[in-house]
Every structure is written in structure tokens, then in C-alpha cells.
Design a protein around this ligand. Sequence first.
Ligand code: LFR
Length: 478
Amino acid sequence: VDGGVFAAVDIGASSGRVILGRVSRNGVALETVHRFPNGVVELDGGLRWDFDALYAEVFTGLRAAATVAAVQGETIASIGIDTWAVDYGLVDADGRLVAQPYSYRDDRSRAAVAPVHARLDPARLYQTTGLQFLQFNTIYQLATEQDLDGLQALLIPDLIAFLLTGKRRTEATNASTTGLFDAVAGEWATEFFTALGLRKDLFPPLIQPGDTYGVLLPDVAAAAGLPAGTPVVAVGSHDTASAVAAVPATEDAFAYISSGTWSLVGLELKHPVLTQASREANFTNERGVDGTIRYLRNVGGLWLLSECQRTWAGEGFHPELPALLEAAAALPAGGPQINADDPYFIAPDNMPERIRAAVRRTGDVLPDHPVAITRCIMDSLASGYARTITAAERLAGRAVEVVHVVGGGSQNTLLCQLTANATGRPVVAGPVEATALGNVLVQARAAGAAAGGLPELRRIITAGTTLRRFEPLDLIVH
Ligand code: LFR
């Protein structure tokens, strides 16, 4: 491992950050130089992302990164970008964004599912793409577009890279979430474009993690205060791909939970599982760094809790998270649960009442109290994780001995302990900033500052991070 300083742009559904990652023999040291909120906005009759505002924040962050590095006498070797998946912006021939991109939480794509399936049998779609069915997959979103003439679609990280470099590419891990990508060939599934009447060049050509989009446009570099010629390197631009790359696993028999707005729960495989049973269980075969397969399911995530907090705040009630979780931990096990992956919870608004209604439908009662609701969310997530890991073991024919939790949720002691209990496996929690670490390490390898495959990159992380371990507790009192 040689030294190097890299800038990671990492934008999630609820916040974004620009981070400096310093890679050395002792691991990767992260320094957040800019943090900003994100969220869906109601705009032009839909739920969208305020992309112009996000790009301005990215720019502010890059300027901050340049300043911090300059003070230290360092040069930023490259920039890498990751965000959530599936969403895209449309640009015209002059490279102008024609509208703020829709959010996957907008409901419009639901009505497009049946027409797409009328043309492409879902079983055939799965056999090729291996993608789990989610109503917001890019393929259904695109089917709602009225007029794509002369436009090109850029996935969100690729759109940022395009504005920075002028180069149009589609990064492969994120392309694998579109529903238009062949999981075995690792190429666009061109026959599906044809079947849906989409131009084959609707998306730009693929780029692999570690390859370079291009260097900063001269005016961009000048405005950001970065050296001319600073490259923008493709990383696992799907945030989950970067997070999984940074799972500090030291053995093969592991499952991971990338825990944030969503919980992405599954295994890392060499080959996709495209069986009928896998489709019925709605497992996805998304592409990871180095051509690995992220065999996982989207289980509901901390979105359930953050949306509740938003509702409670609107009612003038601001319970502090640590106190809320501590009180929830004191409640007995065996309380009411919901199915955390129900699409019913995808859209924003009035989450506490929606959760209580879902519990009512199971014939149970959930008190209208933040502590009870919080405990219900935690229990439901832990059960969802356990169910998913058991199914993944069966479908992929692989045993799991340890569960790694990375991302923001790895700080949630209650959730980690409940996960250990529900899965009956030890849980290793951390790092919190897995996504940024995965982003930085792929850049570091591209620059020659780190070497090897995922096991070697993971060893760099394990060396530099403190992990917490939770043993499963037997809750049955004898
Ligand atoms: C997590 C994530 C998931 C994807 C969802 C929507 O941030 O990227 O992997 O299914 O957001 O894009």
C-alpha cells in the first residue's frame, strides 16, 4: 500500500457528503469536508430530486476538499462518485438536463409494470437480468417517458461525472440495477431495448469500476480549485456496490447487511443465481466491484424510522434517537411486527399511522407511541434480515457463519443485537462509512496506491477500523 489522497462523493437518499480518503499502510483515514441534506421534493407534479442543488453541493464539497488538501500540501489524486441506484437524468444533444430527475419513490412507474410485462415476460426478464422486481426499476420508469427523441439517459453518478468531465459513460454496477443489463454477459441486454422501443444508445457505453471517465473540464477544475487534469475515476457508483466492497469480511461464509435508508441483505457470489425459485423469492443479482454478484434483497430500512421522526417532528414532538432506541430496547421481545419490505412503505408521509395500520391488518395492536413504534420497526427489520439470510443460503447453496452490518445502521446497537438474535449468528458491526471506504479503495487501486482483489482491499479496511461484535442471545427463559 502506497500513500494517496482521494475525494469521494457519496450521496444517499437522505444526505450527501464529500470525503477525503487518505490511504496508507495503516488503513484508510476519512475526513468529511462537506455534508449536506438530501430528500425527495415535490416538483412539476412528481417526487423528484433537486439535482441542481445536489450538484451545487458537490461542487462546494470539491472546493472544500481542494482547500483542505492544499493546506496539508497534498494533491487529490482522483475523484470517485457513488449514489443510490436506478434513477436517471435526461440530457439533450447540448448536454443540458431537461428536467430534475424523478425519484424512485414517485409512484408513476407502478402503472408501467403491466405494459412492460405484456411485452417482456417477467420470467424472461429475470433469466437475463437476474434483477429483483421493484416497481421503480429503471426499465419501468423509462416506460413512463413520453418522448425520448434526441435524449440520453444518465444514471445519477454518471450524470455528475458527465458535468465534471464532459464524458458520457454508464458505470456497470449501477447499470445492473436498470433491468436492461445482462447479468451473465455483463453487457446491456440490447434485445430488451428493442422490445420496448428504446434506442440502443439511450444510455452511454459501459465503464467498469477502476476505469477513468476523463479529467475535469478546464473551467470546472479552475472553479473547484483543483489541478487541471484531475481524473474522475469510476468506482462502484451504485452506493451498495461500494458498501459491499468495503465489508470487512475475513472469511467466505458471510452475509452482509448494508444498512441505511434501505437494508440490502445478501451474499457475495461469483455467479448469478437465475432460478425460478430465486425469482419467486425476489432475490437480485446486482453487479459488484470486480465482476462479483451482489445476491441480495431490498429489505425495508431505517427509512421507516426516519419517516416516523419526520411525522413526529411535524406534530411538534422531537424524540432524540439514542433515548428512543434505549427505551425501545427496554420493551420485551415478541411484540407486534410488520413486513418491512412491503411496497406500501416506499412512499413518504404519515409513516407511524401506516405502520400501525399494517399491524392492525395482522390482527395485532401497536400503541400510538414512538417507543412502541420504534421497537416494532427494529423487530420487523431483524426478522426480515433473518428470513432473507435463510432464503439466500438455501437459494445459493451457501452457509452463512457471520453477518456483517455496515453503514449507518451498524451504529444502532439495538438493531445489531436483535439481528444477532433473529439470525442466530454473530453480527460484526462496522464500518459506518463503508460506502465511502469502498469508493476510496477502488480509486486507490486504480492509482496504484493499493493492490489486489477484494480480499486484499478488505484487509486494508479491517486493519484500520474498530468493529463491534454481537453474539446471539437465547431469548427463551428456561
Ligand atoms: C441504497 C440503494 C439500493 C437501491 C435503492 C434505490 O441506497 O441504492 O441499493 O435499491 O437505493 O436506488
